[in-house]
Design a protein around this ligand. Structure first.
Ligand code: ADP
Ligand code: MG
Length: 267
């Protein structure tokens, strides 16, 4: 494991439509580490996730995001993904006629493709994986995640349950093999089935080659995934960081317990 964290966020300030949402957020995630980022509704968790992936609506006004030593601020989302940063599609649309396997092969080809030259805006397909190789890889990854092979033949998100949507997301992650994965488990209703899919997926993919930033409002999921680091966000900043015990403490005390950082004590 190298000494420099793959993902370094430095004093990040982000505005959405002129309103400052992130107000100086700093965080570092290494491969091999699982971090949980928790915080009440509206604290800026999703803003942070979207900014990491380069969503154009989120304007970075100060600070930096370094991935493997390089600032990603000038990179489009697809370039960040090619370099090994992952975030699953949050509210994926149903695409009747496109199977899970088709979709995943397209996603993988985009990840493997060299950066396009900017002349036509399209992702070059040249370096893609061939269909036979892809089927082998897909079968292997689905086996690892103990998924039924029939799932790959279904139309993407067409009538998918919450759990099945999460299954597609985890499978995408298993194929793309990112170095750092950002998972925003939206505050609204992940049912227990979906939660278990995510937890089992993360646990089977976790290892020295993967760092995970798991964003969550509730600590329910932390009954199934054990992060090494827990951070609590409030009003666009990290207010506290600690180990797994912090999540337990939050469970009993609630977010109101998180106040301004007590800087006096550390000086
Ligand atoms: P969380 O995920 O922690 O619940 P969000 O990042 O979704 O928090 O929201 C933080 C704040 O940013 C909220 O006040 C929300 O209204 C605002 N916000 C987030 N995204 C947008 C957006 N696309 N347009 C306008 N305001 C937004
Ligand atoms: Mg959110």
């Amino acid at each position: 494991m190298g000494n420099t964290p793959e993902l370094i966020v430095k004093d990040l300030h982000v505005s959405v439509e002129g309103k400052e949402i992130l107000k100086g957020l700093s965080l570092a995630v290494r491969k091999g580490e699982i971090h949980a980022l928790m915080g009440p509704n509206g604290s800026g968790k999703s803003t942070f996730a979207n900014t990491l992936m380069g969503h154009p609506r989120y304007a970075v006004t100060a600070g930096d995001i370094l991935f493997k030593g390089e600032s990603v601020l000038g990179m489009e989302a697809d370039e960040r993904s090619r370099r090994g940063l992952f975030m699953a599609f949050q509210y994926p649309v149903a695409i009747p006629g496109v199977t899970v396997a088709n979709f995943l092969r397209t996603a993988l080809n985009a990840r493997l493709a060299p950066a396009h030259d900017g002349t036509d805006g399209r992702v070059p397909q040249k370096k893609g994986i061939n269909p036979k190789e892809f089927r082998g890889l897909l079968r292997e990854r689905m086996g690892l995640l103990r998924m039924d092979e029939s799932f790959a033949g279904r139309y993407l998100n067409d009538g998918f349950s919450g759990g099945e949507k999460k299954r597609a997301e985890i499978l995408q992650m298993a194929l793309l093999k990112p170095e750092i994965a950002i998972m925003d488990e939206t505050d609204s209703g992940l049912d227990i089935d979906a939660l278990k899919v995510v937890a089992q997926g993360v646990n089977s993919l976790a290892g020295p080659e993967l760092g995970v930033l798991l964003i969550t409002h509730y600590n329910r999921i932390l009954n199934y995934i054990k992060p090494r680091f827990v951070h609590v966000m409030k009003d666009g900043r990290l207010q506290m960081s600690g180990g797994p015990e912090l999540a337990v403490e939050l469970e009993s005390k609630g977010y109101d317990w998180v106040r301004e950082p007590k800087e006096v004590e550390t000086r």
